[in-house]
Design a protein around this ligand. Structure first.
Ligand SMILES: Nc1ncnc2c1ncn2[C@@H]1O[C@H](COP(=O)(O)OP(=O)(O)OP(=O)(O)O)[C@@H](O)[C@H]1O
Ligand SMILES: [Mg+2]
Length: 243
C-alpha cells in the first residue's frame, strides 16, 4: 500500500486581496522505502507540500490519503494520532531543547508512547547510535556542532520508528561538508533500515545523492512524478515492501 497519496491537490493562501496558489493540482505518491527530494525555487511550494504530506495543513481541493485513508474524513484527535504514529519531522533549525542533553532530546517524542523510562532510554540510545552519536548522549546542543545537532534531530525523528520522515530544508543551516554527510546518513538509514524520507532542498549539490528528485515550479510538479519508475535503493536491495 502507498504510504501517502496526493491526488490533484491544490492549496491557496489569501493575503488581503491577493490570492496565491501555493500548490496547483499536484499528484504525488510516497511508497515505503522511498528517498525523495523536493526541489524548486523559493516560493515554489515545497514547504506547503511537506505540510500537506504531513497532515499539518489541509488541502483546499483534491484528496490526501495516508495508508489508504482519506485524511479529510478524520477529526482533530484522529489526525493527531495518525500524525504521531506515522511521521518523524526534522526541522531546518534543529529545534532541540537547549537545556536538555542529546539523549533527553531524543527521548522527548517517546513521552507520548507508553514506555517505561528505561525502555525510552534504551530506544533513544539506539537512535543516537544509529546516527553515530552514541558518545555524545550527555552533551547539550550548545556543546555540539551544527552537523551533530542535526544528527540528534534525525535521531529524535527516528526514535518513534515512524513510517515516514519529513524534513524541510534539513541541510540549510549546515556547511557543505556537514550537509553532504547528513544526506549520506539519511541515505544509509534508507538503504540499511528502510527508513522512508521526503525532504526539501535548494542545494543542487545534494541532488546527485538522491534516488528520486521531484521539482516544483509555481506550485506545479514540473515532470510527471512516475514513482513506479524509481522506488529508490530499497527496491534494488530487495528489502522494500513496495506492493
Ligand atoms: N501562511 C501563508 N500565508 C500566505 N502565503 C503563504 C503562506 N505560506 C506560503 N505562502 C505562499 O505560498 C507560496 C509557496 O510557499 P512555500 O513556503 O510552500 O514555498 P517554498 O518552496 O517552501 O519556498 P522556500 O524555498 O523559500 O522555503 C509562496 O508564494 C508563499 O508566499
Ligand atoms: Mg520552504
Amino acid at each position: 500500500m502507498n504510504l501517502v497519496e496526493l491526488e490533484s491537490v491544490s492549496k491557496s493562501y489569501r493575503l488581503g486581496e491577493v490570492e496565491v496558489t501555493a500548490l496547483d493540482s499536484v499528484d504525488f505518491t510516497v511508497q515505503h522505502g522511498d528517498f525523495v527530494a523536493l526541489t524548486g525555487p523559493s516560493g515554489s511550494g515545497k514547504t506547503t507540500m511537506l505540510n500537506l504530506i504531513g497532515c499539518l495543513d489541509a488541502a483546499d481541493s483534491g484528496e490526501i490519503r495516508v495508508l489508504g485513508q482519506p485524511v479529510s474524513q478524520l477529526d482533530g484527535q484522529a489526525l493527531d494520532t495518525l500524525r504521531s504514529r506515522t511521521y518523524g519531522i526534522i526541522f531546518q533549525n534543529f529545534n532541540l531543547v537547549p537545556v536538555l542533553t542529546a539523549l533527553e532530546n531524543v527521548m522527548l517524542p517517546l513521552h507520548l508512547h507508553r514506555l517505561s523510562k528505561s525502555g525510552m532510554e534504551r530506544r533513544a540510545r539506539a537512535a543516537l547510535e544509529s546516527v553515530g552519536l552514541a558518545r555524545f548522549a550527555d552533551f547539550r546542543p550548545d556543546q555540539l556542532s551544527g552537523g551533530q545537532r542535526q544528527r540528534v534531530a534525525v535521531a529524535r525523528a527516528l526514535v518513534t520508528e515512524p513510517k515516514l520522515i519529513l524534513a524541510d530544508e534539513p541541510t540549510a543551516s549546515l556547511d557543505t561538508a556537514s550537509a553532504l554527510s547528513l544526506v549520506e546518513l539519511m541515505k544509509e538509514l534508507n538503504t540499511e533500515q528502510q527508513v522512508t524520507f521526503v525532504f526539501s532542498t535548494h542545494d543542487q549539490r545534494l541532488l546527485e545523492h538522491v534516488g528520486r528528485v521531484v521539482e516544483l515550479r509555481d506550485g506545479r510538479l514540473t515532470s510527471t512524478d512516475d514513482s513506479a519508475a524509481d522506488t529508490s535503493t530499497a527496491l534494488q536491495t530487495g528489502k522494500s515492501e513496495v506492493a
